[in-house]
Design a protein around this ligand. Sequence first.
Ligand code: ZN
Ligand code: ZN
Length: 245
Amino acid sequence: MLKLIKADLHIHSCLSPCSDWDMSPKKIVQRSVEQQLDLIAICDHNTAENVAATMREGDHQGIVVLPGMEICSREEVHMVTLFKNAEDAMEMQHFIYKHLSGNNQPEVFGHQVIADEHDQVLGENPRLLIGATGLSLMNIVKKTHDLGGISISSHVDRPSYSLIGQLGFIPEDLQLDAVEVSFRMPLEKARIEVPGIEDYPCITSSDAHFLHDIGKVWTEFMLGAPSLEELILALAGKNGRHIVN
Ligand SMILES: [Zn+2]
Ligand SMILES: [Zn+2]
């Protein structure tokens, strides 16, 4: 039995330096429920430290939260990576931290707040999370797949930090699972204007940094359940699972 699942698969928490303080695990989940989303993903820059708390709050409020990360490659291209469980995301984070250097300057880049599901601040992440990792796009996609996750090229319609903006094309041997179009461009327009994306499953996500942006745009899927396993089937168009819009 398949169900229509409304998903916003790219949301930043207060751990991203460019994100609002209000983006706590609890408030993100509350807002997502208000927006009638069935599935969300937390994707902070180069870190997954607020993922487990948001997943616990999601359980509590009855919405599925996928653990993810928005990784910046050495080509300065953003890539949304999603995992089945928090353990896999933490393993990816461990790998990313080995290839990420520098310290954050909160007064310049913003605070990087680690919070629990009760809105308690647990501390700040001292790393330069907004920086680029030393990892190539190929490397990021390979490691993500080795961990059973998926890689989605972020905001491909944007000039900055996107595959098209940085490289001008999508490398054929990059095993992307999907491409993401931002809220700024309707999917139909992007399919015509952004070179090469028609060869990939296309989704749209809010890339929310503020509570009011959550669910601003979303993607609908026909899935057996709101899970990464089902999402993988939908992106591949298998077993009747598919992207609706
Ligand atoms: Zn980005
Ligand atoms: Zn983002």
